[in-house]
Ligand binder design. Structure first.
Ligand code: ADP
Length: 468
């Protein structure tokens, strides 16, 4: 325990010099004038152990007391046989002893302080810390180990910790530890440890500390309690599986019901066609009503087709992704929309598009959908649609820009959800599944899609794809 009070430390220096002088005085008859300063140096070293200041004080006092009491003629201040060199030698050697001893003591105190700090940190940490010697024998375990297991290293011995590891992980953990020790490489393991209240999962890691010759001198390790995390992971996995199962069920249900709806719809369509053919000269009202039925059938068919396409994408994904030029699916999309483009008088401005990794068929679907929306949601002037792409760091960003009616910020967040529409259905017919399908296809290509738009200011749809 270091003495911090200055008065005490300097007091010790005075006492040490007094004791040394008295002892040397006692030895005077035997030693006469020989080795007058040897015992004084002992007093200096003892005083310097309590600090450099007390050490230097002991040099000063010891010089005077030895001069007066020990050097002949004793009990006199005038000495004839003592040279200046001797005095200087004493002062130099005394200061040297005081300073070296003081520094040693300081270094010793620093090491102790640091050890105490480390012990404090180890006790404050929630993890179990341990050290092992170069042969892998456990040398120390932090207090936390005792709190968890109720055991100490003394109870267990250097390999006793193995007994606390659950049978399921025991062999593997031991083998891994021995392998790490023999290879002098990092050790990692996840295992259950027998604690006071049952087994708990821990994740451990240990690294070797090496000396300047790269030889392992010690192992330092940390074991973190991950039991709550593991339990949570288990619950999460269970919930995810249940969610996946119910999703699959729902998708199957959606697909089956869309599929089964086709048949009665076909019948309604066929019979209304038959009605028109059989009774062509009906009055205006009847013709109007039959026309509405056929329109309804047509819309319903479109919705069912869109639902089936969406469900198929969910269950089957996209086709094989290969390196293709995006110009290819774009040409396909434009071909499919030829009539719509001509009728609307839309102008398409297409820049050359890059090579990407994509399934051409579904990519054509994406472009077709975005272009047809750009035409469908046009403003008062003829639609102008610009299609371009920029490539950066292996990612191609395609943009489809129109001069249509646009939409507000709130709408931009919902249009990619299935069946979400922001414009009136009677004004702009559609299934509400187009953008949801587009989003799904883009995501299956590891890309993302977003829109920038303002009411009356047109919209620009962006999506990313990996470049080829
Ligand atoms: P829909 O079958 O209704 O076109 P989509 O999923 O393709 O369904 O689009 C969802 C909604 O997003 C549309 O109903 C429309 O309100 C809005 N939208 C899509 N594209 C555009 C566009 N280019 N300009 C303005 N609004 C658009």
């Amino acid at each position: 325990m270091p003495i911090r009070s200055s008065a005490r430390r300097y007091g010790i220096a005075i006492v040490a010099v007094a004791v040394a002088t008295a002892f040397r005085w006692y030895l005077n008859p035997a030693l006469h004038a020989q080795f007058p300063f040897v015992i004084t140096f002992c007093a200096v070293a003892s005083a310097a152990w309590f600090g450099r200041g007390p050490g230097l004080l002991a040099v000063l006092l010891g010089g005077f007391t030895t001069w007066y009491f020990i050097l002949p003629p004793v009990l006199s201040f005038s000495k004839q046989d003592v040279s200046v060199l001797q005095i200087l030698s004493y002062v130099f050697a005394g200061c040297f002893v005081a300073l070296v001893t003081g520094s040693l003591r300081q270094a010793n105190d620093d090491i102790r302080d640091r050890e105490a700090q480390l012990r404090f940190v180890a006790a404050a940490m929630p993890e179990i810390l341990f050290t092992a010697n170069s042969a892998g024998h456990m040398e120390s375990l932090s207090e936390r180990f005792g709190e968890y297991t109720g055991k100490t290293l003394k109870d267990l011995g250097p390999w006793g910790w193995m007994e606390l590891i659950s049978d399921g992980e025991k062999e593997e953990t031991l083998a891994n530890w021995k392998l790490a020790v023999s290879r002098q490489s990092e050790f990692r393991c996840t295992a259950r440890l027998r604690c006071k209240n049952g087994y708990r999962w821990f994740q451990c890691r240990a690294i070797p500390m090496r000396d300047q010759q790269r030889q392992v001198v010690r192992w330092f390790g940390v074991c973190a309690d991950i039991d709550d995390l593991m339990r949570l992971e288990g619950v999460l996995e269970e919930q995810t599986n249940a969610l996946i199962r119910s999703n699959e069920e729902l998708e199957r249900f959606a697909f089956a019901s869309s599929h089964d709806l086709q048949e009665p719809l076909r019948m309604v369509g066929a019979f209304s066609d038959l009605l028109v053919r059989k009774y062509p000269a009906q009055d205006g009202d009847a013709n109007y009503l039959i026309g509405q039925i056929r329109l309804g059938v047509q819309r319903m068919r479109e919705m069912i087709d869109a639902s089936l396409e969406y469900s198929r994408l969910v269950s089957e994904g996209v086709g094989e992704r290969v390196a293709i030029s995006l110009d290819q699916p774009l040409a396909e999309a434009v071909g499919a929309l030829k009539q719509m483009i001509e009728e609307s008088g839309a102008a398409l401005v297409c820049e050359p598009l890059p090579m990407v990794m994509a399934d051409g068929r579904t990519m054509a679907r994406v472009l077709q959908n975005l272009i047809s929306n750009a035409i469908k949601f046009r403003g008062p002037q003829a639609p102008v649609i610009r299609i371009s792409a920029a490539t950066e760091a292996g990612v191609c960003t395609v943009s489809v820009k129109d001069n249509g009616i646009g939409m507000d910020e709130k709408s931009q967040k919902i249009i990619f959800h299935a069946f979400r529409r922001v414009h009136r259905k009677d004004e702009y017919p559609g299934s509400g599944l187009g953008l949801a399908t587009v989003k799904r296809i883009v995501e299956l290509h590891e890309g993302r899609i977003w829109v920038e738009s303002s009411p009356g200011g047109g919209s620009t749809f962006f999506f990313t794809l990996p470049t080829a």
